[in-house]
Design a protein around this ligand. Structure first.
Ligand SMILES: *[C@@H]1O[C@H](CO)[C@@H](O)[C@H](O)[C@H]1NC(C)=O
Ligand SMILES: *[C@@H]1O[C@H](CO)[C@@H](O)[C@H](O)[C@H]1NC(C)=O
Ligand SMILES: *[C@@H]1O[C@H](CO)[C@@H](O)[C@H](O)[C@H]1NC(C)=O
Ligand SMILES: *[C@@H]1O[C@H](CO)[C@@H](O)[C@H](O)[C@H]1NC(C)=O
Length: 364
């Protein structure tokens, strides 16, 4: 099974060299997959591109914090967390005839990381739990290229660096096209591992913003450091990780046809990868977990969610039974698709892509 193959790699990746506390919310089986986006397109059916959605079952085009809190289940494994998490689907574009097939993944892992100068481990006063109504996005579906010199450190460059991948290979000798930004061009025998750092610095006022990003800012070192003075409130840092089973398609392409995977955004470059977070936490439980489940001398300091007495971990099978029916009636997987769902023509860039709606779709 995909997730168990990937598990040791993920743990190795995340536990290396960090003295900072963290816990994780594992979301193995999606709640639903469809073109709905209550942050970018509230109340609109359908939204632009297909997402894989995890979390609370009151997810809806117009959900609110209060409706999420009234959910009866979550597809993720911490019951105090009735948030939703979503990201675009990955498709295989068959080089022989151009049809699209879904690529499976091992689920979403959401890491809650105690980071930044506000954290007690760095001598700070502690981190704040997300307030009711809070939501945010990291990444941008229109991006098709890298724009800033690596490590330059502006907020725009940090936002770019927040979107990452690794091509997990056993054949490390052939590691060209292996690691970095955008898509690789080799097979990834152990999976294509895509990650998203969320910003952890809040302006302290706005629960959202027009671009769903500017009420937040990144820590100066992305993974640690200081918050800018206009975003002074240190929050728990979220980090998403999804590992796609690209290797199942290895026999159906080679270097001469080029990397054949595209995001549901119509992106063959990988730069449009992004993640969304709509907070549905029991705020007291999250604040207690942040403040108390960070002891470096016990398991609460090293990512064992079960060791945190303020959080209740449910089994993957119970979580996996939490589902909602799609409200958008269209095929998004199963038999090969002649085109990506919605109006998402392949846009290779390097200029920013245009986001079309179904009603103004250019002829292809
Ligand atoms: C969301 O839309 C549905 C269907 O139109 C409606 O029944 C529901 O009351 C709305 N919920 C909110 C929170 O606005
Ligand atoms: C394209 O090829 C795939 C894989 O062989 C096949 O399943 C699909 O039906 C083909 N599509 C068309 C339109 O021929
Ligand atoms: C690297 O890949 C090439 C081409 O697929 C293959 O011939 C070669 O044996 C590989 N090298 C190693 C060390 O696996
Ligand atoms: C494979 O394709 C990439 C991108 O098109 C290219 O840069 C690379 O040189 C190719 N590698 C081989 C071994 O042909």
């Amino acid at each position: 099974m995909l997730s168990s193959v990937f598990a040791p790699l993920l743990v190795a990746l995340l536990s290396s060299g960090s003295a900072h506390a963290w816990f994780r919310v594992a979301c193995t089986t999606p709640l639903v997959q469809e073109r709905v986006d209550p942050i970018v397109s509230p109340g609109i059916i359908p939204s632009n591109h297909v997402h894989t959605v995890h979390g609370a079952n009151n997810f809806a085009p117009n959900n609110t914090y209060d409706t999420l809190r009234a959910s009866s289940c979550t597809s993720c494994e911490v019951t105090q967390d009735l948030s939703n998490y979503w990201f675009p689907k990955l498709y295989f574009k068959d080089p022989t005839n151009g049809t699209f097939e879904e690529v499976s993944n091992g689920g979403l892992l959401v890491y809650y990381q105690n980071r930044g100068n506000g954290d007690v481990s760095n001598g700070g006063p502690g981190l704040k739990a997300f307030p009711p109504g809070f939501r945010m996005i990291s990444g941008d579906p229109t991006l098709r290229t890298k724009k800033y010199p690596e490590g330059q450190g502006s907020q725009a460059e940090l936002a770019e660096r927040a979107i990452q991948w690794s091509c997990l290979r056993y054949d490390t000798a052939n590691s060209t096209g292996y690691d970095g930004h955008g898509f690789p061009y080799t097979d990834c025998e152990a999976g294509f591992n895509a990650r998203i750092h969320m910003p952890a610095c809040w302006d302290g006022v706005n629960l959202d913003s027009a671009d769903h990003q500017s009420h937040m800012a990144f820590l100066s070192g992305l993974d640690n450091g200081v918050c800018p003075s206009d975003h002074p409130v240190y929050m728990m840092k979220l980090f998403y990780e999804v590992t796609w089973d690209v290797h199942s398609f290895a026999s159906r392409w080679d270097n001469s046809t080029g990397w054949p995977f595209v995001y549901a955004t119509g992106d063959p470059t990988g730069y449009s990868w992004h993640g969304d977070f709509f907070n549905g936490w029991d705020q007291t439980a999250l604040q207690n977990a942040i403040d108390n489940c960070n002891n470096p001398n016990d398991q609460t300091g090293s990512g064992v969610t079960e060791a945190c007495s303020y959080l209740t971990v449910q089994s993957a099978s119970i979580a996996g039974a939490c589902k909602v029916s799609p409200v958008v009636n269209e095929p998004i997987n199963g038999a090969p698709l002649a085109k990506l769902p919605g109006c998402n023509p392949i846009q290779p860039g390097p200029g920013d892509a245009t986001l079309y709606s179904d009603s103004n779709c250019p002829a292809s």
